[in-house]
Ligand binder design. Structure first.
Ligand code: DX5
Ligand code: ZN
Length: 216
């Protein structure tokens, strides 16, 4: 089991985004998480390709791009070209998920699928062996700073069992309401990667918060 931290820039200060990226570069974070929202799949619009292109010029950590958008097939190549190392699509947004996963991998980047809180883990059974990561939403997607959904711990354990049963080599990432309390229980349940936005960027010392979360 790994203990990786992926700060979500959704909660960063966009008036000084470069400074926040430099902080992440120097911190013990393992990824930079980008919550891309289209206002259709989720009831909010965040940011897109230009932000990732510019961050990619200064980032020293892999870019973990979470596409909360309908019909993500349209944007896989543009996000790869912008610098994405991991692309996460939503199970609920894909008509042909197996083909979408193959498309992501054809660009040589890591393929990840995200499940909303209402979507059961077993639906990934036929593709789990093809995935590099599964992202479990522990809030309903669209906004930072929401309350953690407690049922997520059970889903992490179910996903770990599905991965082990299928001999898959797949990270478990969790996104939403992550803090030092939920984070510890998530690592204990088998999560590998914790996405955190408000807990990190609303703290007095984000770099120190990242280090403490990693060792929670
Ligand atoms: C929801 C977003 C958030 C964000 C993390 O769509 O995906 O989960 O990454 O937000 P916090 O850590 O502030 O709950
Ligand atoms: Zn996310």
């Amino acid at each position: 089991m790994s203990r990786y931290i992926a700060p979500s820039i959704l909660s960063a200060d966009f008036n000084r985004l470069g400074k926040d990226i430099e902080m992440i570069n120097k911190s013990e974070a393992d990824y930079i998480h980008f919550d891309v929202m289209d206002g259709v799949f989720v009831p909010n619009i965040s940011f897109g390709i230009p932000v990732i292109q510019h961050v990619n010029k200064i980032a020293t950590k892999p870019l973990d791009v979470h596409l909360m958008i309908i019909d993500p097939d349209r944007f896989i190549e543009p996000f790869v070209k912008a610098g994405a190392s991991i692309i996460t699509v939503h199970y609920e947004a894909c008509n042909h998920l197996h083909r979408t996963i193959q498309q992501i991998k054809s660009f040589g980047v890591k393929a990840s699928v995200c499940l909303n809180p209402h979507t059961p883990v077993f639906l990934l059974e036929e593709v789990i062996a093809d995935l590099d990561m599964v992202l479990l939403m522990s809030v309903n997607p669209g906004f930072g700073g929401q309350a953690f959904i407690e049922n997520t711990y059970k889903k992490v354990r179910q996903l770990k069992a599905l991965i082990d049963t299928n001999g898959a080599n797949c990270l478990i990432e969790v996104d939403g309401g992550v803090n030092n309390k939920t984070g510890k229980l998530l690592f204990d349940a088998g999560a590998d990667v914790l996405v955190a936005g408000s807990f990190i960027f609303n703290s007095d010392n984000p770099a120190e918060t990242i280090s403490k979360l990693k060792m929670v």
